[in-house]
Ligand binder design. Structure first.
Ligand code: AKG
Ligand code: FE2
Length: 299
C-alpha cells in the first residue's frame, strides 16, 4: 500500500467494519466572539451548545408567497420533473426533492445571496462560504416518506470529501411546519460526537440513498444512546421560519400522512477554507448537483 503525501488526514473515520464514535475535532462557531452579523451573541452561544438555532419569521408572508409560487412552478415543469436533479417518491411517483434549486431558479439563487441567509452562514463559519448543496424537500401530504436518522456530515465526509466540520445548513419553511406533518427533529448536542457508521459504501449509493438511506445509517443501539443522552427536539414554525443546524447534528423526520404539505428549502453552506477533496469512504464522487465542486464564494 502506498500513501499519497497530498492525501488529507481523515479526522472522522466511517464506513469501516464497525460503528465508531469520535469526539468532534472542530469548532462549531468559527468566527471570533463579537463578530457582527444577523445572529446575536446569545443565539451564537446556543448554536454552539445545541447545534441549532431557530429564527422565526426569517421571511415575510409576502416573500413566502413568492418562493412558494416558484416551487409550484418548478414541480409543475415537465423539464424539471425529467431532470436528474428531481428525485421522486418510490411509492407515489410524486417529486420528493429537487436538488440544486439555486441553479435551477434565479428566485432561489436570490434567496442564497440574501444577507439574512448568507450573512448568518458567514457568521457561523467565520469565512466566505459557497453552496455545497441546495434542495427543496417537498413532502406533499398523504404519505410522503420521511428521512431516517443521520448526520449530514457523515455522508458529506464519506461520499463528497468535506474534510472538516465547517458546514452549516438552513432549512427554511415554505409551508407551515406543524407538529404533525413531518417536521425536522434534531438531537440537541449530538453535533459534538461523530458517529462513524458500519458498512462499506456501494458504488452509486446516492441513487438509492436519496429515496431511502441505507449506508451511513446509525444502529438502533447508537440512536438509543444518543436519544437518551440528548433528547429529541421537533421544529415547528410558520412558513417563513428557519432552522439553522450544524452539519453533524443527528436529525431526521417522519412521514407526512396529513393533508398538509411540509415543503422546506435547504441550503448547505460550506467554508471556502474547507473545500471538498476526494471522498474519504466511497469509491467515487457523487454528482456535482449533490456535492458541489465549484467553490466560488457567494457574493
Ligand atoms: O426534510 C427533512 O425533513 C430532512 C431532510 C434532511 O435531513 C436532508 O435532506 O438531509
Ligand atoms: Fe439531513
Amino acid at each position: 500500500m502506498t500513501t499519497a503525501p497530498e492525501r488529507t488526514a481523515d479526522l472522522y473515520p466511517t464506513r469501516g467494519r464497525t460503528e465508531v464514535a469520535t469526539p468532534r475535532q472542530d469548532s462549531v462557531v468559527w468566527s471570533p466572539p463579537g463578530t457582527p452579523g444577523p445572529f446575536g451573541p446569545g443565539e451564537l452561544a446556543a448554536f454552539e451548545r445545541d447545534g441549532f438555532a431557530a429564527v422565526d419569521g426569517l421571511l415575510s408572508a409576502e416573500e413566502v408567497l413568492t418562493y412558494r409560487a416558484e416551487l409550484d412552478r418548478l414541480i409543475a415543469d415537465p423539464a424539471v420533473r425529467g431532470d436528474e436533479r428531481s428525485i421522486v417518491e418510490p411509492a407515489s411517483g410524486e417529486i420528493r426533492s429537487v436538488f440544486e434549486v439555486h441553479r435551477l431558479s434565479e428566485v432561489f439563487a436570490g434567496l442564497v445571496r440574501d444577507p439574512r441567509v448568507v450573512g448568518r452562514a458567514r457568521q457561523i463559519l467565520g469565512s466566505d462560504v459557497y453552496v455545497h448543496q441546495s434542495r427543496i424537500n417537498v413532502k406533499p401530504g398523504f404519505g410522503a416518506s420521511g428521512f431516517y436518522w443521520h448526520s449530514d456530515f457523515e455522508t458529506w465526509h464519506a461520499e463528497d470529501g468535506l474534510p472538516r466540520m465547517r458546514t452549516v445548513s438552513v432549512s427554511i419553511a415554505l409551508t407551515d411546519n406543524l407538529d404533525t406533518n413531518g417536521g425536522l427533529m434534531i438531537m440537541p448536542g449530538s453535533h459534538l460526537t461523530f458517529l462513524g457508521c458500519a458498512g462499506a459504501t456501494p458504488k452509486d449509493n446516492y441513487k438509492r440513498s436519496l429515496q431511502m438511506q441505507e449506508a451511513g445509517t446509525p444502529s438502533d443501539e447508537a440512536l438509543t444512546g444518543f436519544a437518551d443522552r440528548h433528547g429529541i427536539r421537533l421544529f415547528t414554525g410558520r412558513a417563513g421560519s428557519a432552522t439553522w443546524f450544524d452539519c453533524n447534528c443527528m436529525h431526521g423526520s417522519g412521514d407526512n400522512i396529513t393533508p398538509y404539505p411540509r415543503s422546506n428549502v435547504f441550503i448547505v453552506f460550506n467554508s471556502v477554507e474547507n473545500a471538498a477533496v476526494e471522498p474519504f469512504a466511497a469509491p467515487v464522487r457523487r454528482p456535482e448537483f449533490i456535492g458541489a465542486r465549484d467553490f466560488t464564494p457567494v457574493r
